[in-house]
Design a protein around this ligand. Structure first.
Ligand code: AMP
Length: 194
């Protein structure tokens, strides 16, 4: 089982690449943003609280996110698949440590590779604003909310970088390149992992 993390600021193309790569390699794509948004639609426990974090561009607290994410991972692990792509998870050091333990405890393997997407803040703002026209996501179009998301990202990213740099393989990806170019970069590395 291969486990790959795509880490990067919002709007850096992690979701797009995750979908392409999962299709090519037969991986399951796990996006915590999508998982949380679906959870809210089901009118589940604590949805109002979760929604207010997302709507304000703040991270949902670790205990809540971890719980929802781990349940989804275990459920999806019942299906035949060659690996997982983690998109938007982990986003805190605490989540990263828990994920390592969780994979081990459930015999899902270990993190084989981390792709660290790099994109300057002004590009993040532009891209999210453009995306809001089709995504309909309210957290993509309000400049203050976007700024909050960038701050949240900047606060956590250095620790996450350091954590994985010491433990696994990590490559920085220039998120300004064309979609196809980035896919090729990822593909060339992932082929070698198989
Ligand atoms: P995304 O779709 O990845 O841009 O995530 C949308 C929002 O969901 C984020 O701004 C957070 O509020 C929340 N979220 C997604 N992933 C996480 C995570 N790993 N930890 C905490 N909150 C998250």
């Amino acid at each position: 089982m291969i486990n790959i993390i795509l880490f990067g600021p919002p709007g850096s193309g992690k979701g797009t690449q995750s979908r392409i790569i999962s299709d090519i390699f037969g991986f399951i794509h796990l996006s915590t943003g999508e998982i949380l948004r679906k959870y809210i639609l089901k009118k589940n426990y604590m949805v109002d609280k979760i929604k207010s974090y997302i709507d304000n561009g703040l991270l949902v607290p670790d205990t809540i996110t971890k719980n929802i994410f781990e349940k989804e991972l275990i459920y999806r692990n019942n299906f035949l698949n060659k690996g997982f792509i983690y998109d938007g998870y982990p986003r805190t050091l605490n989540q990263a440590i828990s994920l390592d333990n969780f994979l081990k405890k459930n015999y899902i393997g270990k993190i084989n590779y981390v792709f660290f997407f790099i994109l300057k803040d002004n590009f993040v703002v532009d891209r999210l604003y453009q995306r809001s026209k089709t995504s309909g996501r309210s957290d993509d179009k309000n400049i203050n909310i976007i700024k909050n998301r960038i701050i949240q990202y900047d606060t956590m990213s250095k620790d996450i970088f350091k954590y994985y740099k010491q433990r696994t393989f990590l490559t920085e990806i220039d998120a300004n390149k064309k979609i196809e170019e980035i896919t090729d970069e990822l593909k060339n590395i992932i082929y070698k992992l198989k």
